[in-house]
Design a protein around this ligand. Sequence first.
Ligand SMILES: Cc1cc2nc3c(=O)[nH]c(=O)nc-3n(C[C@H](O)[C@H](O)[C@H](O)COP(=O)(O)OP(=O)(O)OC[C@H]3O[C@@H](n4cnc5c(N)ncnc54)[C@H](O)[C@@H]3O)c2cc1C
Length: 516
Amino acid sequence: MTFERYDYLVVGSGLAGLTFALRASEHVSVCVLTKAEITDSNTNWAQGGIAAAVGEADDWHLHEEDTLVAGAGLCDPTAVRFLVQQAPAAIEWLRGLGARFDLQLGREGGHSRNRIVHHADKTGWEVERVVSDAVRRNPKITVYENAFVTRLISTPEPRTVVGLTAHIADRGLKAFQGRATMLATGGAGMLYSRTTNPRVATADGIGLAKETGAEIRDMEFMQFHPTVLYNQQLQGFLVTEAMRGAGGTLRNHLGHRFMYDYDERLELAPRDIVARSVEREMQRLKTWCVYLDTTHLDSHSLQEEFPTIWEKLRKIGIQIERDWIPVTPGQHYSCGGIVTDLNGLTTVSGLYAAGEVASTGVHGANRLASNSLLEAMVFATSAAKFVQISAESTVEPIHPEQPKCVAESDAVRIRWTLQKCMSENVAVFRTNEGLRKAHETISELILEYDRLPEAPYSQYCLETANLLVAARIAVDGALARKENVGLHFNADLEASSQKSSVAERQLADGTPGQSV
Ligand SMILES: Cc1cc2nc3c(=O)[nH]c(=O)nc-3n(C[C@H](O)[C@H](O)[C@H](O)COP(=O)(O)OP(=O)(O)OC[C@H]3O[C@@H](n4cnc5c(N)ncnc54)[C@H](O)[C@@H]3O)c2cc1C
């Protein structure tokens, strides 16, 4: 097998990967490998928008403060400042590529100002459209679609990543060599039975990075979105937070606006708090969902601001100007990931990471709404600048052994068991017993995968193996964390007075909240 050579290799074609490719390609050759079609990504599905202090009554200090508050004391303040200061320039860059944004800035939970730059309720689609068009037009960038990256190639100590292997549809296994490799593989939604993420979100970057020895942290901070549609036909469909920003209210089935019982910021409290409140209300009343009520809002504005949601829900018989929308929490975003510095460099030389797979430190224990598209752009851009001056000269790579595949039917069963286990034990509320049980189940599944006979190549199997790696890291992180903070809430831990509200302490000891 010969090596195809490029200056930089990029794994993933969401906003992080394509921003890096565009920014780095000025003088060098870049190859983007992506496992489905170029637009198959979390990015393409993003609804609400991109946070940036561009409004008249706003400035980056306020955006910084809101980000730090949402992160519950665990953000890296330097990374946060860098993020919010770069935000207006990132928006301008997108506009320069042709992105169309609405004149009005939106509002979302945890933001003290209207600062969400958006394209109705399909901002991700608009953003992915302009970056993928620009990449297609760029002669310096080669794109392989349906190219599943199976392994990173690194030198022995001191470890340096010098290439990768990928399984390309209709062409089989190919090897690539590059002076730097950017992992931009997105999220880990497929760890759970109910997620807003597309099927490509299988934590591959976590598996690849772990195998190479890169540091990974904070995977226990899994963000659950409070308002995921509860409906069999449209599983996992997100009902954007911007709807609450526009005045939508949460009600239980009796019509009570229950956020009054949990947090004074009501529906616009940070996501972790709203998700816990929804979950608690469902447990208390033994219901499968709560409701988002937008019936009091202007029908014309609703249709104009949320055309996708309006249309999709209409098709399943819900008219949002007339009916309450049944919602429940669902996995949405992975706050932890591969540790990087401000330049996107991981702890392994030659290996960069950006976007949802990375942990830059900006999210701390809970991501502020609409900070992730921003993070993807800002840190991919700084990585692209840094890599030009720092990328090592190429060392001759060797072919790595390929990871093992098992029969697909076995992988289907293993993945299903894993999703059930994570959904039951490592979700919004956790307990010591549940976490220990999850640890045991995941260890057994890993052992079972290892013992099963080898089978021909299957992308589904390798994704499942990556999910197992990510699950174990998340559960170990949750077991090791000894305080309730942000998205990690273990009912067996004494709620710390500083980091959880009175309502949350009530949740820990099972007392229902009082109406105020
Ligand atoms: C429904 C929804 C709504 C959201 N709304 C918002 C919002 O309003 N604002 C906001 O800021 N954030 C939002 N988010 C989060 C945000 O969309 C993501 O965090 C962000 O898009 C991640 O970008 P990324 O480039 O890191 O990853 P992605 O966009 O997910 O791209 C990952 C890419 O990697 C590829 N890939 C993965 N593994 C491999 C492999 N082994 N080999 C090759 N390719 C691989 C995938 O195919 C994909 O192309 C939302 C997310 C969802 C799911």
